[in-house]
Design a binder for this molecule. Structure first.
Ligand code: ZN
Length: 263
Protein backbone atom coordinates (compact mmCIF):
# COMPACT_ATOMS: atom_id res chain seq x y z
CA UNK A 1 0.00 0.00 0.00
CA UNK A 2 1.32 3.38 -0.89
CA UNK A 3 1.64 5.71 2.04
CA UNK A 4 2.36 9.07 0.49
CA UNK A 5 3.92 11.86 2.46
CA UNK A 6 1.48 14.49 3.57
CA UNK A 7 3.47 17.65 3.07
CA UNK A 8 2.89 20.42 5.58
CA UNK A 9 4.15 23.69 6.97
CA UNK A 10 7.15 22.07 8.67
CA UNK A 11 8.47 20.45 5.50
CA UNK A 12 11.06 22.02 3.26
CA UNK A 13 12.67 20.91 0.01
CA UNK A 14 16.42 21.46 -0.23
CA UNK A 15 17.50 21.58 -3.88
CA UNK A 16 21.23 21.00 -4.13
CA UNK A 17 23.48 22.68 -6.71
CA UNK A 18 21.43 22.67 -9.92
CA UNK A 19 24.08 24.72 -11.68
CA UNK A 20 25.43 24.78 -15.22
CA UNK A 21 28.87 23.48 -14.29
CA UNK A 22 27.33 20.35 -12.75
CA UNK A 23 25.28 19.57 -15.87
CA UNK A 24 26.40 18.24 -19.27
CA UNK A 25 28.50 20.92 -20.96
CA UNK A 26 29.76 22.21 -17.61
CA UNK A 27 33.26 21.88 -16.23
CA UNK A 28 32.31 19.32 -13.56
CA UNK A 29 29.36 17.70 -15.23
CA UNK A 30 27.33 15.05 -13.45
CA UNK A 31 26.26 12.55 -16.11
CA UNK A 32 22.61 13.23 -17.00
CA UNK A 33 22.51 15.88 -14.31
CA UNK A 34 20.23 18.00 -16.45
CA UNK A 35 17.61 15.27 -16.59
CA UNK A 36 16.49 15.78 -13.02
CA UNK A 37 15.56 19.43 -13.54
CA UNK A 38 11.99 18.89 -14.82
CA UNK A 39 11.39 16.42 -12.00
CA UNK A 40 12.69 18.89 -9.42
CA UNK A 41 10.52 21.65 -10.86
CA UNK A 42 7.45 19.48 -10.45
CA UNK A 43 8.51 18.30 -7.03
CA UNK A 44 9.19 21.84 -5.82
CA UNK A 45 5.70 22.89 -6.82
CA UNK A 46 4.38 20.47 -4.18
CA UNK A 47 6.29 22.23 -1.42
CA UNK A 48 5.34 25.53 0.16
CA UNK A 49 8.95 26.02 1.22
CA UNK A 50 12.08 25.49 -0.87
CA UNK A 51 15.75 26.33 -0.35
CA UNK A 52 18.26 26.28 -3.22
CA UNK A 53 21.95 25.76 -2.64
CA UNK A 54 24.62 27.14 -4.93
CA UNK A 55 28.28 26.14 -5.04
CA UNK A 56 30.03 29.50 -5.14
CA UNK A 57 33.82 29.52 -5.27
CA UNK A 58 36.24 32.42 -5.58
CA UNK A 59 38.89 32.16 -8.27
CA UNK A 60 41.90 30.21 -7.06
CA UNK A 61 39.82 28.15 -4.64
CA UNK A 62 41.66 25.51 -2.64
CA UNK A 63 39.60 22.72 -4.20
CA UNK A 64 40.70 23.59 -7.75
CA UNK A 65 43.54 21.49 -9.18
CA UNK A 66 44.66 24.63 -11.01
CA UNK A 67 45.48 26.20 -7.64
CA UNK A 68 48.14 23.54 -6.99
CA UNK A 69 51.01 23.47 -9.50
CA UNK A 70 51.64 19.98 -10.85
CA UNK A 71 48.33 18.62 -9.65
CA UNK A 72 45.56 17.29 -11.84
CA UNK A 73 41.82 17.13 -11.28
CA UNK A 74 40.66 14.18 -9.16
CA UNK A 75 44.00 13.82 -7.39
CA UNK A 76 43.87 14.43 -3.66
CA UNK A 77 45.87 16.62 -1.33
CA UNK A 78 46.10 16.82 2.43
CA UNK A 79 44.85 20.08 3.88
CA UNK A 80 44.22 21.32 7.40
CA UNK A 81 40.88 19.51 7.65
CA UNK A 82 41.94 16.24 5.98
CA UNK A 83 41.92 14.89 2.46
CA UNK A 84 40.64 17.16 -0.26
CA UNK A 85 39.78 15.99 -3.76
CA UNK A 86 40.98 18.39 -6.43
CA UNK A 87 38.38 19.38 -8.98
CA UNK A 88 38.41 21.17 -12.30
CA UNK A 89 37.67 24.87 -11.83
CA UNK A 90 33.91 25.05 -11.38
CA UNK A 91 31.15 27.31 -10.11
CA UNK A 92 33.37 30.39 -10.01
CA UNK A 93 31.47 33.30 -8.53
CA UNK A 94 29.62 35.36 -11.11
CA UNK A 95 30.32 33.06 -14.05
CA UNK A 96 27.82 31.32 -16.28
CA UNK A 97 29.01 27.99 -14.92
CA UNK A 98 27.96 29.01 -11.41
CA UNK A 99 24.53 30.13 -12.55
CA UNK A 100 21.50 27.98 -11.91
CA UNK A 101 20.24 26.02 -14.87
CA UNK A 102 18.03 28.19 -16.99
CA UNK A 103 15.27 25.59 -16.90
CA UNK A 104 15.25 25.39 -13.13
CA UNK A 105 11.86 26.86 -12.31
CA UNK A 106 11.39 27.32 -8.60
CA UNK A 107 10.25 30.93 -8.33
CA UNK A 108 8.94 30.46 -4.79
CA UNK A 109 12.33 29.40 -3.36
CA UNK A 110 12.77 31.37 -0.14
CA UNK A 111 16.52 31.17 0.28
CA UNK A 112 19.55 30.71 -1.96
CA UNK A 113 22.27 29.35 0.27
CA UNK A 114 25.75 29.77 -1.16
CA UNK A 115 28.59 27.53 -0.05
CA UNK A 116 32.27 27.11 -0.80
CA UNK A 117 32.89 30.85 -0.88
CA UNK A 118 35.84 30.72 1.53
CA UNK A 119 39.02 30.27 -0.46
CA UNK A 120 40.71 27.88 1.95
CA UNK A 121 37.89 25.44 2.59
CA UNK A 122 35.53 23.38 0.47
CA UNK A 123 31.91 22.69 1.33
CA UNK A 124 30.02 19.66 0.09
CA UNK A 125 27.31 19.80 2.72
CA UNK A 126 24.71 22.56 2.84
CA UNK A 127 25.09 22.55 6.65
CA UNK A 128 28.81 22.34 7.33
CA UNK A 129 31.95 23.18 5.46
CA UNK A 130 34.41 20.34 4.96
CA UNK A 131 36.20 20.91 8.25
CA UNK A 132 32.94 19.57 9.74
CA UNK A 133 32.93 22.47 12.21
CA UNK A 134 32.15 25.65 10.31
CA UNK A 135 28.40 26.13 10.01
CA UNK A 136 26.84 27.56 6.87
CA UNK A 137 23.96 28.89 8.94
CA UNK A 138 21.35 26.67 7.32
CA UNK A 139 20.55 24.66 10.44
CA UNK A 140 19.85 27.85 12.39
CA UNK A 141 17.70 29.19 9.58
CA UNK A 142 15.63 26.01 9.42
CA UNK A 143 15.27 25.86 13.21
CA UNK A 144 14.22 29.47 13.54
CA UNK A 145 11.56 28.88 10.95
CA UNK A 146 10.42 25.71 12.73
CA UNK A 147 11.01 23.26 9.91
CA UNK A 148 11.26 19.63 10.97
CA UNK A 149 11.52 17.55 7.81
CA UNK A 150 14.13 18.23 5.12
CA UNK A 151 13.56 16.62 1.73
CA UNK A 152 16.59 16.62 -0.55
CA UNK A 153 17.08 16.50 -4.32
CA UNK A 154 19.75 17.60 -6.76
CA UNK A 155 23.42 17.07 -7.56
CA UNK A 156 25.37 15.09 -6.85
CA UNK A 157 23.64 12.20 -5.12
CA UNK A 158 26.85 10.77 -3.68
CA UNK A 159 28.48 14.03 -2.62
CA UNK A 160 26.60 17.18 -1.78
CA UNK A 161 23.18 15.53 -1.48
CA UNK A 162 24.57 12.75 0.66
CA UNK A 163 26.53 14.96 3.01
CA UNK A 164 23.68 17.40 3.31
CA UNK A 165 21.29 14.58 4.20
CA UNK A 166 23.65 13.23 6.82
CA UNK A 167 24.10 16.64 8.34
CA UNK A 168 20.38 17.39 8.30
CA UNK A 169 19.96 14.37 10.52
CA UNK A 170 22.97 15.38 12.61
CA UNK A 171 21.27 18.72 13.19
CA UNK A 172 18.09 17.08 14.41
CA UNK A 173 15.93 17.16 11.30
CA UNK A 174 14.27 14.24 9.63
CA UNK A 175 16.12 13.79 6.33
CA UNK A 176 14.49 12.33 3.25
CA UNK A 177 16.41 11.94 -0.02
CA UNK A 178 14.26 11.74 -3.14
CA UNK A 179 16.49 9.47 -5.08
CA UNK A 180 15.10 9.78 -8.59
CA UNK A 181 15.41 13.57 -8.34
CA UNK A 182 19.17 13.17 -7.90
CA UNK A 183 22.06 12.14 -10.12
CA UNK A 184 25.41 10.89 -8.90
CA UNK A 185 28.96 11.14 -10.16
CA UNK A 186 30.27 7.93 -8.67
CA UNK A 187 30.27 6.15 -12.01
CA UNK A 188 33.11 8.34 -13.22
CA UNK A 189 35.06 8.38 -9.99
CA UNK A 190 38.04 6.11 -9.33
CA UNK A 191 38.45 7.88 -5.99
CA UNK A 192 36.32 8.69 -3.06
CA UNK A 193 36.87 11.53 -0.62
CA UNK A 194 37.25 10.62 3.00
CA UNK A 195 35.07 13.24 4.52
CA UNK A 196 34.15 11.91 7.91
CA UNK A 197 30.55 10.94 8.40
CA UNK A 198 28.57 12.10 11.35
CA UNK A 199 26.77 10.02 13.92
CA UNK A 200 27.22 6.42 14.98
CA UNK A 201 24.90 5.25 12.24
CA UNK A 202 26.76 6.88 9.38
CA UNK A 203 29.40 4.28 8.75
CA UNK A 204 26.70 1.66 8.44
CA UNK A 205 24.32 3.75 6.44
CA UNK A 206 26.92 5.07 4.04
CA UNK A 207 29.79 2.60 3.96
CA UNK A 208 32.99 4.18 2.74
CA UNK A 209 34.18 2.00 -0.06
CA UNK A 210 36.71 2.85 -2.67
CA UNK A 211 34.89 2.91 -5.95
CA UNK A 212 36.19 1.23 -9.04
CA UNK A 213 36.16 3.09 -12.35
CA UNK A 214 32.94 2.39 -14.13
CA UNK A 215 30.99 1.43 -11.04
CA UNK A 216 27.41 2.08 -12.04
CA UNK A 217 25.60 4.76 -10.12
CA UNK A 218 22.81 2.33 -9.44
CA UNK A 219 25.14 0.25 -7.33
CA UNK A 220 25.66 3.22 -5.06
CA UNK A 221 21.95 3.86 -5.10
CA UNK A 222 21.40 0.27 -4.08
CA UNK A 223 23.62 0.79 -1.06
CA UNK A 224 21.36 3.62 -0.03
CA UNK A 225 18.27 1.55 -0.64
CA UNK A 226 19.51 -1.47 1.22
CA UNK A 227 19.72 0.61 4.38
CA UNK A 228 16.42 2.29 3.77
CA UNK A 229 14.58 0.35 6.42
CA UNK A 230 17.27 0.53 9.07
CA UNK A 231 17.76 4.25 8.62
CA UNK A 232 14.11 5.15 8.45
CA UNK A 233 14.54 7.39 11.49
CA UNK A 234 17.78 8.87 10.10
CA UNK A 235 18.05 9.32 6.35
CA UNK A 236 15.17 7.96 4.35
CA UNK A 237 15.64 7.23 0.67
CA UNK A 238 12.45 7.42 -1.29
CA UNK A 239 11.08 8.13 -4.74
CA UNK A 240 8.88 10.80 -6.22
CA UNK A 241 7.38 8.40 -8.74
CA UNK A 242 3.77 7.43 -8.32
CA UNK A 243 4.13 4.85 -11.09
CA UNK A 244 6.29 2.72 -8.81
CA UNK A 245 4.59 2.99 -5.48
CA UNK A 246 6.67 2.07 -2.50
CA UNK A 247 6.12 2.54 1.18
CA UNK A 248 6.57 6.27 1.25
CA UNK A 249 6.25 7.83 -2.16
CA UNK A 250 5.49 11.46 -2.76
CA UNK A 251 2.69 12.22 -5.15
CA UNK A 252 4.55 14.32 -7.68
CA UNK A 253 1.81 15.21 -10.12
CA UNK A 254 2.24 18.06 -12.58
CA UNK A 255 4.53 20.98 -11.88
CA UNK A 256 4.73 24.51 -13.16
CA UNK A 257 6.94 25.42 -16.07
CA UNK A 258 7.62 29.07 -15.39
CA UNK A 259 11.23 29.97 -16.03
CA UNK A 260 13.23 32.20 -13.76
CA UNK A 261 16.87 33.23 -13.51
CA UNK A 262 18.30 33.92 -10.12
CA UNK A 263 21.05 36.30 -11.09
ZN1 ZN B 1 32.65 23.05 -5.54
Amino acid sequence: MTDKFMLGAQDILLVIDIQNDFCPGGSLAVPRGDEVVPLINGLASKFSHVVLTQDWHPRGHLSFASSHPGKKPYQTIEVAYGTQVLWPDHCVQGTEGAAFREDLAVPHAELVLRKGYQREIDSYSAFYENDRKTHTGLAGYLRERDFRRVFLAGLAFDFCVRYSAEDAYREGFQAIVIEDACQGIDAMAPWRPRVSCSGPWASAAFPETRSKPGRPRREVAHRFKSFRKSTSDRVLITSSAVSQPRDSDIDLGQGTSEKIRYH
